[in-house]
Design a binder for this molecule. Structure first.
Ligand SMILES: C[S@@+](CC[C@H](N)C(=O)[O-])C[C@H]1O[C@@H](n2cnc3c(N)ncnc32)[C@H](O)[C@@H]1O
Length: 221
């Protein structure tokens, strides 16, 4: 998962953890997401790219199993959260371990993750790995910035356009990435990864979307 870009002759390596928010409270949209997921009888859920696990408490109090997934560098944050709150229904996986894990969940949450992945192949690979851990009717819940001025080039200090988004460069020669999805492009992505939109939940500056497998009809409760 190593991505290197070259800007003005200098090489920068992608550091996914540079985008992990410090904010400890659940994303504003999470209550809406939980209500919808419960409507689809979700019991086991993956919190992919959980960061410092700010959404995990809400998930643990609403679902019977919560699988937290992060990259190695952030595992200390996830473990610290697990030790502090000690929810027996939570299990943490480092990304490489998750890829081989034999689990089956009913849904996966990507809260502010998709738009930080620097390359369209990586986005597709990650969704494909996630789908291999879901049941046939498994849902993917996205919370992702859209039309968000905060993610426009001029508002990201030191940002530069790179690929289909912008990068922020750091003095340790790493970079973080942000993509401001337009709705049509987001729909196209969902379609390309074999999903279809089953619910779009209105949000001010973020899309909240539930996607389900194209071939199967999801029966709501
Ligand atoms: C913007 S943060 C969002 C964190 C959290 N979901 C939240 O809402 O606070 C994106 C997170 O995705 C994680 N991430 C990126 N690629 C990942 C991968 N392949 N496996 C696990 N986590 C990943 C990053 O380390 C980062 O913490």
């Amino acid at each position: 998962m190593s991505f290197v870009i070259k800007i003005e002759g200098v090489k920068y390596t992608w550091d996914p953890t540079k985008s992990t928010p410090d904010w400890p409270k659940p994303a504003d949209e999470m209550r809406q997401v939980v209500i919808r997921l419960k409507k689809y009888n979700v019991e086991k859920i993956i919190d992919f790219g959980c960061g410092r696990a700010r959404n995990a408490g809400l998930l643990a109090t609403n679902f019977s199993r919560v699988y937290l997934v992060e990259v190695q560098k952030n595992m200390s944050l996830v473990k610290a959260w697990m030790q502090k709150y000690n929810y027996p229904q939570c299990t943490a996986f480092e990304w490489e371990v998750f890829k081989k894990a034999k689990i089956r969940a009913d849904a996966c949450l990507l809260s502010c993750v998709l738009h930080t992945l620097p390359n369209s192949n990586l986005r597709k690979q990650i969704i494909s790995t996630i789908r291999s851990k879901l049941t046939n009717r498994g849902l993917v819940a996205f919370i992702t910035p859209a039309h968000d001025s905060k993610y426009r080039e001029k508002h990201l200090k030191d940002s530069k356009v790179e690929g289909d988004g912008v990068v922020r460069l750091f003095s340790d020669k790493t970079f973080s990435f942000y993509k401001n999805y337009e709705w049509e492009e987001f729909l196209e992505f969902i379609n390309e990864v074999g999903l279809r939109m089953c619910e779009k939940i209105p949000g001010d500056h973020r899309y909240i979307a539930l996607a389900c497998p194209k071939a199967k009809e999801v029966v709501t409760g």
